[in-house]
Design a protein around this ligand. Structure first.
Ligand code: PLP
Length: 399
């Protein structure tokens, strides 16, 4: 029996059974649905993309997986070279893993060991944002700040190694002033905090964070598992402000296979580079650098570049802003739009009860959570399809 995520199994309604998927569409026995969630924001090219399929099939005919312990292979070499040239500045060193949560764990462990290797063993603390979400494994829950997901941690009491700040410059300055000599890193979902409520904040906060990290020698980590590959209207937020460690996942493989990467800059890498074996990074997920994942990721990046996805994303943002302009309902607290993400936050979560079924009946798959009704569509969506997603949201409030 399947144990489903984030569900009370006793009262859960039956999930929709998907029998096929192509482009922006999911198919059930009786419905064709536009997927407005992109399978948790990962399926940026839509489903069953012919070129991605081809890349996978041709790799599967060679081999699907070999470990990176003592072995290497062309797909992982090519992908890491591509990322090195594609990512800003000296974000050059790719450590692969099998999911976003693990890649975030890797970044936090890397930051901690970086300072241990330098002999600064007092730097055990991590600064993180209020309302942050970085995954569901233990350390990611700890740096996260979301009681709706991670209340189980309460039994441990407050962690003495994690501090949370709001996205306000004054609070950030105060936190650095007070804790800088004990901090190893500051981790953020840059510009757009996803599962914590699609909260958006200004780039000036990240610029200040970069300055403070430089001033106090703290590593800046961008968790771009959700925001990477264009979601915010920037290819990566790391193109605007450069972190020391960048974490990518979800759309890395175009949503085909779970895979992620933690990319370190030269400074971080140098902290491990030594004749001393004890300074090596002791981590190695079984499926890191999986050949199928790397092949499909490489093809996904090629398509992203060749078909100018950034212009598609800007178009999605433009249409969304145009369609949502002037739309208002007294039950709505705020409508937020950034890149290919739109979120309607309501005052009371009961306002969204029944929305999923309402959208299903109209040919849209949606999955609101808490007070947030949102769309993060595949970038290949066409204008009438996007308008349908947005109209369905508006109709819910107007009916
Ligand atoms: C910002 C962020 N980091 C990390 C994760 C965890 O990724 P995964 O579900 O692949 O473990 C997520 C998942 O939603 C995320 O949004």
């Amino acid at each position: 029996m399947i144990w489903y995520p984030y569900q009370q199994m006793k009262t859960m309604k039956q999930p929709y059974k998907i029998i096929n998927a192509e482009g922006v569409y999911l198919y059930t026995e009786d419905k064709k649905l536009i997927d407005s969630v992109s399978s948790w924001w990962s399926v940026i090219h839509g489903y069953k993309h012919p070129e991605l399929n081809k890349a996978l099939i041709s790799q599967v005919e060679r081999f699907s997986h070999v470990m990176l312990g003592g072995l290497t292979h062309e797909p992982v070499q090519k992908l890491s070279e591509k990322l090195k040239s594609w990512l800003p500045e000296d974000l050059d060193y790719c450590f692969f893993s099998d999911s976003g949560s693990v890649a975030v764990e890797v970044s936090l462990k890397m930051a901690l060991q970086y300072f241990t290797n330098l002999g600064e063993t007092q730097r055990t603390m991590v600064l993180a944002l209020e309302h942050a979400y970085h995954g569901d494994t233990f350390k990611t829950m700890e740096v996260g700040d979301d009681e709706d997901y991670h209340f189980v941690l309460k039994t441990y009491g407050k962690s003495k190694n994690v501090i949370h700040v709001p996205t306000k410059i004054k609070d950030l300055e105060d936190a650095f002033m007070k804790h800088h000599d004990r901090l190893n890193s500051f981790i953020v979902e840059p510009l757009l905090q996803g599962a914590g409520g699609m909260r958006m904040y200004d780039i000036s906060f990240l610029k200040k964070a970069r300055q403070l990290c430089n001033k106090y020698g703290v590593l800046l980590i961008f968790d771009e598992v959700a925001t990477g590959f264009g979601r915010t209207g920037n290819r990566f937020v790391a193109d605007l402000v450069q972190p020391d460690i960048l974490v990518l996942g979800k759309a890395l493989t175009g949503g085909y296979i779970g895979h992620a990467v933690t990319v370190a800059n030269q400074k971080v890498y140098n902290g491990f580079y030594s004749d001393d074996l004890t300074k090596a990074f002791m981590h190695g997920p079984t499926f890191m650098g999986n050949a199928l994942a790397c092949s499909v990721a490489l093809k996904s990046i090629e398509i992203f570049e060749q078909e100018n996805y950034m212009s598609k994303i800007h178009r999605i943002e433009e249409i969304t802003k145009r369609e949502m302009k002037g739309f208002f309902d007294a039950r709505i607290k705020e409508i937020r739009i950034m890149g290919a993400c739109v979120c309607v936050e309501v005052f009371d979560s009961s306002t969204l009860k029944g929305y999923q079924q309402f959208a299903y009946a109209r040919g849209v798959f949606s999955r609101p959570f808490l007070n947030y009704l949102y769309a993060m569509v595949p970038y290949i969506i066409e204008e009438p399809q996007l308008i349908k997603v947005l109209d369905t949201i508006k109709q819910w409030f107007n009916d």
